[in-house]
Design a protein around this ligand. Sequence first.
Ligand code: FA5
Length: 359
Amino acid sequence: MADIAKLESELLAQIAAAPDEAALEALRVSALGKKGSVSELMKSLGTMSPEERKTQGPLLNGLRDAVTGAIAARKAALGDIALNARLASEAIDVSLPPRPESQGSVHPISQVLEEITLIFADMGFAVAEGPDIEYDDYNFTKLNIPPDHPARQMQDTFYVAPQGDESAHVLRTHTSPVQVRTMLNHQPPIRIISPGRTYRVDSDATHSPMFHQVEALVVDRGIHLGHLKWTVEEFCKAFFEIDTIELRARPSFFPFTEPSLEWDMRCDRSVPGQIKFGTGKDWLELGGSGMVHPRVLANCGIDPARYTGFAFGFGLDRMAMLKYGIPDIRSFFESDLRWLRHYGFAALDIPSLDGGLSR
Ligand code: FA5
């Protein structure tokens, strides 16, 4: 018994003093391995008389458990020590000035987002936001797309695991659920844009599984299609930085707007690799829009007998591609520094309506 207690205290002292994981592993093998000191003692149980086994068995089991527990505790402590040492050695002082040889630049998506926000702020729009992981109810049902409705197939959806409550969630397939969030929380007048990330099961040169949209929503008394047309027109003139543009509205279908329209802008693509706006015989697709469906207003607590509204949703990445001549949407998200140096914007050149959006 004295031997067991002595062995235990020796082993526990060695374990506590083990300087690293390799030394700890060597100790584990020498105590608990096939031929380890503790294992050998455990084997001797088989040669003992039943009486001896009754007294020695619990003592030996206690020894084995104490050594196993001490090794696990030391292993966790050594892991913490290693992590803290790594955190200390890799610490970055974010208050240091930038190195002159590594100049950062603004990503074209951030630039375009800044430009669009500025244009709409000038027209009196506030910016509203919503989460990337959205209620299925807000992404679809409240927007007049009930479960099992074929319109759900218009957008290939990433469904996500339950988020700890009863509600079904998705990665939002468009920025339109921000309309729902805004209307549920505010009565008209409403005038918002909501730029942000959106997700669909989609990937090629003009489609990305993660992309950006900007949504606009206006709800008030007497809002009509003329307001929608004027807003799209003014926005396009400011964004593409040209005074004359020609827009074309095509009838379309979205379950959450009635009537629904898609907008095209006149352009000239006769010179390969170039695009000129406001002239030419080609048309460029901008995005979808329409008058907010009365059922959507009612679903969100707004009286459709008193109020009407318009909404539109444009692809922000596509607008950046058009404005800055970027041929492939996937390159936005490849984190290639050479690409960013070519297409990026100087960090301190903040866009302004009078100083130039894209200087
Ligand atoms: C919508 O998402 C509607 N929520 C737009 C809307 C808002 C209509 C308000 C009416 C009222 P659509 O699925 O057409 O519509 O997408 C809008 C734009 O997002 C497209 O014109 C396109 O520019 C962009 N887009 C769609 N899928 C992708 C993708 N996978 N990658 C990049 N851009 C995409």
